[in-house]
Write a protein that binds this ligand. Structure first.
Ligand SMILES: NC(=O)c1ccc[n+]([C@@H]2O[C@H](COP(=O)([O-])OP(=O)(O)OC[C@H]3O[C@@H](n4cnc5c(N)ncnc54)[C@H](OP(=O)(O)O)[C@@H]3O)[C@@H](O)[C@H]2O)c1
Length: 249
């Protein structure tokens, strides 16, 4: 089915400049999609990603935005419509992590964590639901901590937890337009996002909980997202845990 390939589709990738989102932007472009590469503070990473896509013969444009501001979320989709005439796939890879006991967490930290992990994710789904073409795909990034019972990550796992309900509601509400909505919740991933919160001993523990004594790699997550954006269209309303068996439920 033509609508379930990426060829000539337009993909909006929030946080699409580096790490997981960067690889996803390049992979979508290799599959024939035109990519809107959103970035927050890393203009040079966004430039490199766009350049790599263009040098490989693909099409991409970058756009800056603080996605805790709804106007910036809207501007992301405006860019897709103004540059490429619409959007078909929307992936939100943005997030922020904090490992801190509840008793030490400040109001400012709580607001910042929920601002990007929950509020931005909500309005990204809302705007994607408004702007995507029929048969569109919306994918958000959660965390395998959604299926864990642990300390320290109250505002991170807690901030990502509403995603599951946003995803379920949106899947029902957008179904009549054939738009699927899912959350992908990786295990602890080998990117610079992960390490500042953890001690070397805890990193070893995280590794020991997954198959092959290893962290999750972005190369193992991108195919899952690409699948949901293509042949995996029949999945909707779901949270998937690609994590080598780190957590489950
Ligand atoms: N690494 C892990 O262990 C792990 C495990 C499971 C799930 N995840 C999730 O996977 C996703 C990708 O993570 P990653 O490891 O690839 O790290 P990452 O590249 O640092 O991804 C986080 C992205 O969110 C962006 N961001 C933060 N605040 C923002 C704001 N206010 N407005 C717009 N964008 C903002 C960051 O941009 P700036 O850096 O410029 O602020 C960055 O592009 C995240 O949602 C994360 O929660 C990560």
């Amino acid at each position: 089915m033509a609508e379930n390939t990426l060829r000539d589709k337009v993909a909006v990738v929030a946080g699409g400049e580096k790490n997981l989102g960067g690889l996803l932007s390049r992979t979508f472009a290799e599959s024939g999609a035109k990519v809107v590469v959103h970035y927050h503070s890393s203009a040079s990473d966004a430039e490199q990603t766009v350049q790599a896509i263009q040098e490989a013969g693909g099409q991409a444009v970058s756009v800056q935005g603080d996605l805790t501001k709804v106007a910036d979320v809207r501007r992301l989709f405006d860019t897709a419509v103004d540059t490429y005439g619409g959007a078909d796939v929307a992936v939100n890879t943005t997030g922020m992590v904090l490992r801190k006991p509840i008793l030490e967490t400040t109001e400012e930290e709580y607001d910042r964590m929920f601002g990007i992990n929950a509020k931005a994710a909500y309005f990204f789904i809302q705007e994607a639901g408004r702007r995507l073409n029929d048969h569109g795909k919306i994918i958000s990034l959660g965390t395998s901590l959604l299926a864990a019972f642990t300390d320290g990550y109250s505002t991170y796992a807690g901030g990502k937890a509403p995603l599951e309900h946003f995803t379920r509601a949106a899947a029902k509400e957008f179904a009549d337009r054939g738009i699927s909505v899912n959350t992908v919740a990786p295990g602890p991933m080998d990117t610079p996002f992960f390490y500042p919160q953890e001690t070397p001993e805890r990193v070893e523990f995280h590794k020991s909980q997954a198959m092959g004594n290893q962290l999750t790699h972005i190369e193992d997550i991108v195919p899952v997202i690409r699948f949901l954006a293509t042949e995996g269209w029949w999945f909707t309303g779901q949270t998937m845990f690609p994590n080598g068996g780190y957590t489950t439920r």
